[in-house]
Design a protein around this ligand. Structure first.
Ligand code: ADP
Ligand code: MG
Length: 246
């Protein structure tokens, strides 16, 4: 599998504490990858580094066929290069409908104000229909986003990220606060999204990770402790000691 993102020898310290410590790993071009590890292992900081929010002290972050260095690029440039990130708290526009939110995401260079007076092209509406289908909100398009359940808002936000056609989607703890049924729908959605792009999911819920059925990277103290199938990493004694055995 060709490499889409390579992190190599990356370290970052906060006030002398090494949150990421010589971290190296690769993500393939259409790969689904789960990242697990104890609290404070550096999972969110890894995403902060890839998206340009945090600048590493050392190491390389290499992107795409042209092996572009992402270090030093602004968050906006990295997003434009094709990296989308979903935060835990959804950031949908609650007063707007699902359709309006998706349209806005399709044309993310337009301001929300302009979108109110903007007549969408037929192609945009078709694309919104496809996205709604993909996230399971086809029957909610006319609904105010503020009325959606927590899980539905999360899916809408994933749809808004997919509208921008990222080549890599980073998702931090999507299952938090979801019902079991919502979790199941979320795994299906992420598995589907990873058929055409790379998706990296940080998640604590082992049942969720099991259903993703993908390669798993275990982080501990800012480095990779183990990597492989879920069965492989969960039978690793060090992983049991630092994470599972707690
Ligand atoms: P995880 O997501 O795996 O739980 P984090 O990446 O959030 O872990 O945090 C790793 C460590 O780095 C933690 O000890 C955290 O307190 C620290 N840390 C993360 N971001 C900052 C920051 N901006 N300033 C200071 N310390 C930070
Ligand atoms: Mg975190």
């Amino acid at each position: 599998m060709s490499t889409l993102l390579e992190v190599s020898g990356v370290s970052v310290s906060f006030d002398g504490f090494k949150a990421i410590n010589n971290l190296s790993f690769r993500i393939g071009a259409a790969e689904l990858r789960a990242i697990i590890g104890p609290n404070g292992a550096g999972k969110t900081t890894f995403m902060d580094i890839v998206t340009g929010k945090t600048k590493p002290d050392e190491g390389r972050v290499i992107w795409g066929e042209k092996s572009q260095s992402l270090i030093g690029l602004s968050e906006a440039r990295i997003a434009r290069a094709g990296i989308g990130r979903k935060f835990q708290k959804p950031t949908v526009f609650e007063d707007q409908t699902v359709r309006e939110n998706l349209l806005m995401a399709l044309s993310n260079n337009r301001s929300p104000f302009k979108v109110l007076f903007y007549r969408p092209a037929k192609a945009d509406l078709e694309r919104v229909g496809e996205l709604a289908e993909e996230i399971g909100l086809s029957d909610q398009l006319g609904r105010k986003s503020g009325e959606l359940s927590h899980g539905q808002k999360q899916w809408l936000e994933i749809g808004m990220l997919l509208a921008q056609e990222p080549r890599l989607l980073l998702v931090d703890e999507p299952a938090a606060g979801m019902t079991p049924a919502e979790r199941e729908h979320t795994t299906a959605l992420l598995v589907e999204a990873a058929r055409t792009r790379a998706v990296v999911v940080v998640e604590h819920d082992m049942e969720f990770v099991r259903r993703l059925d993908c390669r798993v990277t275990v982080l501990h103290e800012g480095s990779v402790l183990a990597e492989g199938s879920l069965g492989h990493v969960t039978s690793n004694q060090e992983v049991i000691d630092v994470y599972l055995g707690r």
